[in-house]
Design a protein around this ligand. Structure first.
Ligand SMILES: *[C@@H]1O[C@H](CO)[C@@H](O)[C@H](O)[C@H]1NC(C)=O
Ligand SMILES: *[C@@H]1O[C@H](CO)[C@@H](O)[C@H](O)[C@H]1NC(C)=O
Ligand SMILES: *[C@@H]1O[C@H](CO)[C@@H](O)[C@H](O)[C@H]1NC(C)=O
Ligand SMILES: *[C@@H]1O[C@H](CO)[C@@H](O)[C@H](O)[C@H]1NC(C)=O
Ligand SMILES: [Mn+2]
Length: 425
């Protein structure tokens, strides 16, 4: 999905936007050339750069003030620079080393493990290699039987080679790791997936990328192009992504695991599809907070006082999911929301609609929320199996809340030669 840029006539010839736009056009031409000459690493670098510039342009468009030179130079602040460096280094390694590629092929002999329903299957959908590494490493190190743990990672085209390289170069206590990219899923197309069909629609593009239809009420952060990311929507297609699996634990990439998680696989979900931790201890995390109760369809179907729950650590029973056509339920609501009157953006509101009456509450110690934006009781943290840095203070950012960073840092190998090369820390 590409951001719509300012049209040229709106821009003075020497505005920063104009310069960025010109650079983007040039870079796109180079990507084509780089791909044709099989220089995939260069193509990767350029694509990442184009993406950064587009994010910058669309955020400037949304707030309707011009970009400054300083901002365009900050386009690559510390965190993206580090991840970007890791990605480039790993991608290079991958394409230079047939040895690594062979290693992965040998791992393929564990193919049978990828579909063995006696094992513990986890999925993570992410474009952040460092964060995903922490999820896998922390799960592995706290697992009583890592040889029974199977990670199914899905990333995008840009990060695919790097992600494969990282998980072949390092071993994680014997857990099995598989990497896929969503671009290779043929069922993920506009005729099957409403959100893709809606993205082709020009109204939606205006909504995300221009300031002209601004109703003045949607917070700017919800217009961030990351909310268009297919990786965020994949959670509604888990049975399609993993046709051979019967049960899977879904983990966000901004979590760290500190206990053995095998117990999650024997919890009785009572015929429900989604096992999740509820969030309505505070009264405001109820359905009425997330949905438009002025809309008759919402009023007719959903109790406004129903308790909300969280994505980030969910047990999904894929047999029940298929049996109850939950993807069909999701499609129904997504199609009803073409004018965005049921909910605005994000994945939690459609999740609340889709899994309504199909969610089994789990013991709250399984999933502790709030480490990315608030103070959490240290006793609750200590008992927590999965800690979730939801909120803006991600542990890999410089602005991360310092006090919770060590819980995550523990699982990063800062002495790794690649980390040193990329000046992580
Ligand atoms: C789109 O997805 C549908 C449903 O999975 C599939 O039947 C169809 O073949 C796909 N179309 C293309 C062009 O791949
Ligand atoms: C699942 O739901 C979709 C959309 O509501 C519907 O078109 C489809 O026929 C359903 N499939 C089954 C097997 O019931
Ligand atoms: C809520 O739904 C009503 C009825 O469809 C609609 O008129 C209103 O604009 C919606 N509110 C928002 C914020 O979308
Ligand atoms: C995983 O975490 C352990 C324990 O802290 C650490 O020693 C190791 O280097 C980490 N492995 C990777 C590949 O990050
Ligand atoms: Mn999260």
């Amino acid at each position: 999905m590409e951001g719509r840029n300012f049209t040229d006539e709106m821009l003075s010839p020497d505005s920063v936007e104009r310069q960025l736009n010109d650079q983007i056009s040039l870079a796109k031409a180079f990507v084509v050339i780089a791909k044709e000459s099989n220089n995939l690493q260069f193509a990767w670098e350029l694509s990442a750069q184009i993406r950064n510039s587009q994010i910058l342009l669309s955020s400037a468009a949304t707030r309707r003030t011009p970009l400054t030179t300083g901002e365009s130079e900050k386009c690559n602040p510390k965190y993206p620079r580090v991840l970007y460096c890791l990605g480039v280094q790993l991608t290079t390694k991958w394409f230079r080393s047939s040895n690594l590629q062979r290693k992965l092929k040998e791992k393929r002999q564990t193919d049978a493990k990828l579909r063995d329903s006696n094992l513990y299957h986890f999925c993570v959908f992410s474009d952040n290699i460092l964060a995903t590494s922490v999820v896998v490493n922390s799960t592995a190190l706290n697992s009583k039987s890592p040889d029974m743990v199977v990670f199914h990672l899905v990333t995008d085209e840009v990060n695919y080679a790097a992600m494969k390289a990282w998980f072949s170069l390092n071993s994680f206590g014997g857990v099995t790791v598989d990497v896929q990219k969503f671009e290779e899923f043929s069922w993920l197309n506009a005729s099957y997936v409403p959100v893709l069909k809606q993205l082709q629609d020009s109204d939606t593009q205006n909504y995300y990328f221009s300031g002209s239809n601004d109703d003045g009420r949607t917070p700017i952060k919800f217009r961030n192009p990351k909310y268009l990311s297919m990786l965020n929507h994949l959670r509604f297609y888990i049975p399609e992504v993993f046709p051979a699996l019967k049960k899977v634990v879904f983990l966000d990439d901004d979590v760290v695991v500190q206990k053995d998680l095998s117990g999650l696989f024997s919890i009785d979900l009572n015929g429900n599809v989604n096992g999740a931790v509820e969030t309505c201890m505070e009264t405001f995390h109820r359905y009425h907070k997330y949905l438009n109760y002025s809309h008759p369809l919402i009023r007719a179907h959903f109790d406004p006082d129903a308790c909300g729950w969280a994505f980030g650590m969910n047990v999904f029973d894929l047999v029940e999911w298929r049996k109850r056509n939950v993807t069909g339920i999701y499609h129904y609501w997504q199609e009803k929301n073409v004018d965005r009157t049921l909910w605005k953006l994000g994945t939690l509101p459609p999740g609340l609609l889709t899994f309504y009456g199909l969610t089994e509450p789990l013991d709250p110690t399984w999933h502790v929320l709030g480490l990315g934006y608030t103070n959490v009781d240290p006793k609750v943290i200590e008992k927590g199996a999965v800690l979730h840095y939801n909120g803006n203070s991600k542990p890999w950012l410089k602005i991360g809340m310092e006090k919770y960073k060590p819980l995550w840092d523990k699982y990063v190998d800062y002495s790794h030669s690649l980390m040193q090369q990329c000046n992580v820390h």
